[in-house]
Design a protein around this ligand. Structure first.
Ligand code: SF4
Length: 212
């Protein structure tokens, strides 16, 4: 779990209709303890910002080599050593063809709350609120406890959408603060769970007992 006064967010989706009751703002947190074979948000697996590469857009113009000469080679195609990159921000800005994109914004509690309360009238009129999903939001449990307290002090309903893959102690406070938990049990069979998510479901079952 990430210990921080800030959280990493891959996307904020307003006017969501399928992430809990009513009209909601869905906050996609970065980081996940599972590695599902069918993951629909692989860009959010890292707990911090990361570089996405769309190499099919590369024209081999060479601009990026000026800023990252040790990380990049162009031999009829773009070849990049992530371990050698010194500054992903500068690298992303160097390409005129949008080959690089940085996923992830680091936000404070107040910054995230300010974004979420923009649609407060919609929440009130529809019985909606804010949903944390990901990735898996329990990776940022301490941060989201503070966000949840602030939202609830304004009377905003908060939902946690999690696959429950971290020990209970790490996110029990968050579970007790939110109004609703959507529990995403991937597979009943542990052997298959390991096969398809690279993780046992034993802690996930234990956490389900705690929630029940
Ligand atoms: S700057 Fe962009 S388009 Fe040019 S070589 Fe680098 S990645 Fe390719």
């Amino acid at each position: 779990m990430v210990k921080s006064n800030t959280g990493w967010i891959s996307n904020i989706q307003r006017y969501s209709l399928h992430d809990g009751p009513g009209i909601r703002t869905t906050v996609f947190m970065m980081g996940c303890p599972l590695r599902c074979a069918w993951c629909s948000n692989p860009e959010a697996l890292s707990s911090e910002k990361q570089l996405m590469i769309f190499d099919q857009k590369c024209t081999l113009c060479g601009e990026c080599i000026r800023v990252e000469p040790e990380a990049i080679t162009l031999n009829n195609r773009l070849e990049l050593s992530r371990a050698m990159i010194k500054d992903i921000e500068k690298l992303a800005q160097s390409c005129p063809y949008d080959v690089f994109e940085i996923i992830g914004n680091e936000m404070t509690v107040n910054e995230l709350v300010d974004k979420c309360i923009k649609d407060e009238p919609f929440y009130r009129n529809s019985g909606g609120g804010v949903t944390f999903c990901g990735g898996d939001p329990i990776m940022h449990a301490d941060f989201l406890v503070e966000v949840t307290k602030s939202l609830k002090s304004r009377g905003i309903h908060v939902t946690l959408d999690t696959s429950g893959g971290l020990p209970w102690d790490q996110w029990k406070e968050l579970a007790s603060e939110v109004d609703l938990v959507l529990y995403d049990l991937k597979l009943f069979d542990d052997e298959k769970h390991v096969q398809y998510t690279q993780s046992s479901n034993s802690v996930i079952y234990e956490n389900l007992d705690h929630l029940a």
